[in-house]
Design a protein around this ligand. Structure first.
Ligand code: ZN
Length: 63
C-alpha cells in the first residue's frame, strides 16, 4: 500500500519512445494511451499515470 502511495508521489521521467529524449517541463508531447481498467485507475501524478499506461510517447520534435 505504502509503495503504491509512494509511487504515486514520485516523479517518473517520461521519455520519447522515438528519440529517447526526456520530456521536459512545459514541453508538449503526444501520448498514445490505452484506457486503463477501473481497478487500475488509481489517483496518481499525471506523469506516472502516463508512464504506466502509455503505449508510446512522442516529444515535440518526433510528432
Ligand atoms: Zn523524440
Amino acid at each position: 500500500m505504502w509503495d503504491k502511495l509512494k509511487d504515486g508521489l514520485t516523479s517518473r521521467h517520461l521519455t520519447c519512445t522515438s528519440c529517447n529524449s526526456k520530456i521536459k517541463e512545459g514541453e508538449r508531447f503526444t501520448a498514445n494511451i490505452t484506457m486503463p481498467s477501473e481497478r487500475d485507475m488509481l489517483i496518481s501524478r499525471l506523469d506516472n499515470a502516463i508512464a504506466r499506461t502509455a503505449n508510446s510517447v512522442l516529444c515535440e520534435k518526433c510528432q
